[in-house]
Write a protein that binds this ligand. Sequence first.
Ligand code: CP
Ligand code: NVA
Length: 303
Amino acid sequence: MKNFISISRCSVDELCGLLELSIELKELFKGGGRDICLSGKVLAMLFEKTSLRTRISFQVAMYDLGGTSLYLKPSDIGIIGKREPAKDMARVFSRYVDGIMARTFAHDTIIELAEYADVPVINALSNWSHPCQAMADLQTIKEHCGELKGLKVAYIGDGNNVARSLAFACAKFDMKFVVATPAGYELDSESIARANEVCPDCVSQTNDPVAAVADAAAVYTDTWVSMGQEDEKEKRLRDFDGFQVNTALMAKAPTDAKVMHCLPAYRGLEITDEVVECSNSVIFDQAENRLHFQRALLKKLLS
Ligand code: CP
Ligand code: NVA
């Protein structure tokens, strides 16, 4: 495993290994232990878009493992490929650092970086996927529900990058994943087919949020307006009417169904404040597990 670009490109064994390592390192660090396996190593973090969790959790993870990181913010790098091609940047960075993580608009930018870099490349979110988030999410579900196999996750909202990575991740771990979106905002059929190749009929779509949450172990949502879609905001807010995760929708889910959101959450839009703050919410555990999962990922790829 050289890079971490998409969950669909990883084997089940690789993903299980990462999850186990993440749980192991979480215990170690929470117990006051140390693991400085990345001593002297440097991670370059390239951001075309803003970030809170991803930036800080990667930075802390590198620090925890004895290494360091360089944050290149959107105003430092602009759009990758504009000043110089991604393939040149990948080769230049490979001469200075031990790993590259990138948050980009176009997913192809990450693929091009990986193709030309001599060092590992990590996808820290593209318009197409958000694999680190999905793996931290599965760790969270495992911690709260026990085994993953057979559990159903209901995703309510936009068929976006977060939904796609969750679909791939659930299929790899033999879970059910139901995406409920308004018409026109479904996940593309190629992604659904790719997920179902791994686990037949594990991933399905509907336009009915109430049907989706029945029997769900977790109800997940994300923003209706992803970074880069700001111009569509007005139309999207109209189109997603009826897809809010609120108390009325949660009443249709099992009483112990967990509430999940990758954050940032827009209270009053895709989710209500009451549901974010309810006792079934595991949202801040998800955010914490970004750190633990990424420690495992960095150890695996960079050491
Ligand atoms: N969930 C997530 O990736 O958050 P940031 O955009 O703040 O990194
Ligand atoms: N779908 C959101 C996720 C943010 C973490 C976005 O791409 O903006």
